[in-house]
Write a protein that binds this ligand. Structure first.
Ligand SMILES: Nc1ncnc2c1ncn2[C@@H]1O[C@H](COP(=O)(O)OP(=O)(O)OP(=O)(O)O)[C@@H](O)[C@H]1O
Length: 783
């Protein structure tokens, strides 16, 4: 069926009028609500008679305050709601809808016309839908079917019928530019157009072109864990964000954006994706990196290595004598074996092995670690570990109180009293007078005794100690962790698995770094996990959805930890093992270990095979670099084949790159990345290419994704894309080791339209020799 452009434009004009009217009404509403909120805040206490003279007055005050607070909260929520709708309507003024289906429900005689946009719009009477939200149940037909039999799900049932027609619209600023009948056009015209465009400073929503296989991820709604394993550029990040928007719509009565947390690879990535949800009319979820999360929980006593420094070590310090030990250590400490061993270790502490720190006051021993140990293992042995620690804490507080009873008579207190300034003396006087019930005007009548002043001084001095005791700082977590590596036989008691060959050297390396006051990144999660296992988990029950992007870079240990942190949450985990760049993941090829996290009944695995980011020639090239790459299906988009140029000197390399950047800019490319393996190589490249105008260097501290020409290390380019990518040095010297294949693949798959490689000397073997098809079809594993 052919749609008349003119007729459709007339309908569009009507819709635009309704949007404008709604905006006008809401403009008035938001202004009024804002005033209301300000007014309530300003006169909050005037509306309530505050009195505590009698119990009845007190009760009346409490009720009054509560009523005012409720009124404020209602007004604030209404204001938030109208502002959010207003922002959505303004977006709809540009593109009110992007698709239409004609759906004939079984048992009815005429098809319903369903126009689909980022939000619902009803006509003036409020009875008819002019636009359906893309997340409404019926809209799923648009994404899931071609004309023919179709169905969609409503709570507890399916609605079946026939999809008679399907169109895609291109509307810009309220003007209808074109309509595509999807039964007539070959392939997806609009998707072609979208993917053929340049990139932007920020990622955009893909609601108009979500593909069927992506839609099942967006709308997936059962079990505790959804694992999405997808090729580079298959839309994992995009799908994750549309899924969050979907969940916010679907569970709008019980889920808010501050109950969702997205773990992303780095701060720059956060800025890159920050615009997608607002574009869809939703408020952004919490966005954190795992490292940020860890930092909040680590003691200040350590200098903690960050994950990028760990990678930099792995990439650049291959000649270090302890390199092999470190790699083996990283791998073991990331494993579920170690996770289990720590659990066993923690249980063993019920019987023996707890470590405490001496409690000292003014340099003198008050309670020794030995005494604490005797107290701990001699009493309350039937209680759980944490309850026993609490009992020990109470006992220590009592010991402090005992000390206070006698300490006030000691000469140091007298000395301290003699040295009090007038101000300090008056403060102490005021404080004690108030404590004795003297009103402000009568305070001068209070006669402060020397004994009371002395006791106050001691109390204040002991306060710091009390605080430390209350915060359980008498438990020596550092020693408890170190103890695991004290002698080489220790770990064998807790682990039922074989330890790495390098175990003695790993123990020594771990002890040495801890003694230097450092915590290596591979120790950071286990350390925090052990700490929280002993002192209680700071779990966050308010989070209902956890989304983890670039999940291949998380260790099984870290997944176990995240699960414990958010006990009330469901998890969506998205990743691609061919892009696993972290040292601990170099041997892992699938999410097998994740299947045990919640058990098979609670877990669904979906594989995304089609790659959208890069042109077909680029995907044809990159998929040869990895095992089972032939499973990746390129989206049919034309472009030039990637090429490699071998150069013989650094000067020549820099000259060639400078020339190439000029050519690419002349061709209109606005985002060009020169990708290096490490930060070290990036600094070197940045210096050598400094004549490129406005060249930017991305470092681990970069907070914003930048457009233009950038030099960037491989691991920061994760998750991001560029119109053109230049691989700075694809030589065997840089990418020679088989373990770097995935890094090389990640780097090359960042390119959307153009990929150019340079090689200083002999090119990497990955370029010439396709990988052996050795690894089991992950699709089979995912069943
Ligand atoms: N259905 C779609 N419609 C339009 N664009 C899409 C669609 N799916 C993916 N894309 C585009 O493809 C590119 C890659 O998407 P995205 O970054 O989400 O993939 P990814 O799987 O997370 O990639 P990687 O793992 O390589 O970082 C983005 O530009 C995205 O907008």
């Amino acid at each position: 069926m052919k749609l008349e452009l003119q007729q459709e434009q007339q309908r569009l004009d009507r819709v635009m009028d309704i949007i404008s009217n709604e905006i006008q009404t809401l403009d008035g509403d938001t202004a009024r609500r804002k005033k209301e909120v300000i007014n309530i805040r300003k006169h909050f206490f005037e509306e309530v008679k505050v009195s505590t003279d009698s119990f009845d007055d007190y009760l009346e005050t409490i009720i009054g305050l509560r009523q005012e607070a409720e009124a404020l909260s209602v007004s604030q929520s209404l204001h938030r709601h109208t502002s959010k709708r207003l922002a959505t309507l303004h977006r709809m003024q540009q593109i009110p809808y992007f698709g239409r289906i004609d759906f004939l429900e079984n048992g009815t005689s005429s098809p319903e016309q369903i126009y689909i946009g980022i939000s619902t719009l009803k006509d003036a009477s409020g009875d008819d839908f002019l636009i359906y939200d893309w997340r409404a149940p019926i809209s799923s037909v648009y994404y899931d079917y071609q004309p023919g039999p179709a169905k969609y799900m409503i709570p507890g049932d399916f609605i079946e019928g026939t999809l008679e027609n399907k169109w895609q619209y291109i509307i810009r600023d309220g003007k209808l530019e074109s309509i595509f009948d999807t039964t007539l056009t070959i392939g997806d015209e609009i998707l072609q157009q979208v993917l053929g465009k340049g990139t932007d400073k920020q990622m955009h929503s893909i609601v108009a072109t979500i593909q069927q296989e992506q839609n099942q991820i967006v709308r997936h709604d059962h079990g505790k864990l959804l694992i999405v394993h997808g090729a580079a550029g298959s839309g994992k990040t995009s799908v994750a964000l549309q899924r969050i928007a979907y969940l916010l719509y679907h569970y709008r009565d019980s889920l808010t954006s501050d109950q969702i947390i997205l773990f992303s690879p780095n701060a720059m990535f956060n800025s890159y994706v920050a615009n997608v949800l607002p574009e869809l009319g939703e408020v952004n979820m919490h966005q954190v990196t795992f490292q940020q999360y860890l930092h909040e929980r680590l003691d200040q006593q350590f200098q903690v290595e960050n994950p990028f420094d760990q990678l930099e070590y792995v990439y650049t310090k291959t000649k270090d004598p302890s390199y092999r030990t470190r790699l083996a250590s990283i791998e073991w400490k990331a494993s579920t074996d170690y996770f289990d061993a720590i659990n066993t270790y923690r249980s063993s502490l019920e019987n023996a092995g707890m470590c405490f720190q001496d409690l000292r006051f003014r340099g003198k021993l008050m309670v020794s670690a030995k005494q604490m140990e005797e107290q701990f293992y001699g009493h309350h042995t039937s209680l759980r570990l944490l309850n026993r620690i609490e009992k020990l804490r109470d006992w220590l507080i009592k010991q402090i109180a005992e000390v206070a009873k006698v300490e006030w008579q000691k000469p140091w207190v007298q000395e301290k009293m003699d040295l009090l300034s007038d101000d300090q003396y008056h403060k102490a006087h005021r404080y004690l007078a108030k404590k004795h019930g003297y009103e402000r005007e009568a305070m001068a009548d209070y006669d402060m005794s020397t004994k009371e002043l002395a006791q106050l001084i001691v109390r204040q001095k002991l306060n710091t100690l009390r605080k430390r005791v209350r915060a359980f700082q008498f438990v020596d977590i550092k020693q408890l962790y170190r103890q695991l590596f004290e002698d080489t036989a220790n770990m064998q008691r807790f682990s039922s698995h074989e330890l790495p060959q390098e175990w003695p050297a790993i123990c020594e390396q771990t002890r040495d770094t801890i003694d230097e006051g450092k915590l290596l990144y591979e120790d950071a999660t286990p350390y925090v996990y052990l700490k929280e296992l002993i002192l209680g988990f700071q779990t966050n029950r308010s989070i209902k959805q956890v989304v983890i992007d670039e999940a291949q870079d998380y260790s099984p240990f870290q997944f176990g930890f995240i699960k414990r942190l958010f006990p009330a949450a469901r998890m969506t985990v998205l990743g691609d093992f061919n892009q696993a760049i972290f040292a601990h993941a170099r041997q892992t090829n699938d999410f097998q270990s994740l299947l045990n996290l919640y058990g098979p009944d609670e877990t669904t695995v979906i594989y995304l095979a089609r790659s959208y980011r890069s042109t077909k020639p680029i995907v044809d090239f990159t998929r040869k670099l990895i095992p089972n790459g032939n499973q990746i299906i390129p989206f049919e988009r034309k472009g030039e084949s990637p090429s490699l140029e071998q150069v013989e000197s650094t000067e020549e390399l820099h000259q060639q790159i400078i020339k190439k950047v000029e050519q690419l800019q002349e061709r209109g490319y606005q985002s060009i990345a020169i990708i290096c393996k490490s930060v070290e190589e990036s600094s070197h490249a940045y210096e050598g290419l400094s004549t490129i105008p406005e060249l930017k260097l991305m470092t681990t501290g970069s907070m914003e994704y930048e457009q233009g020409v950038v030099v960037i290390p491989s691991y920061l380019s994760k998750g991001i894309e560029f119109e053109a990518v230049i691989v700075y040095d694809a030589s065997t010297h840089v990418y020679g080791d088989e373990s770097l294949r995935r890094v090389f693949y990640t780097v090359c798959t960042r390119a959307m339209h153009h990929l150019q490689l340079y090689s200083l000397g002999e090119p990497t073997p990955f370029y010439e020799v396709p990988v052996q098809e050795t690894i089991q079809n992950i699709h089979d594993n995912c069943k």
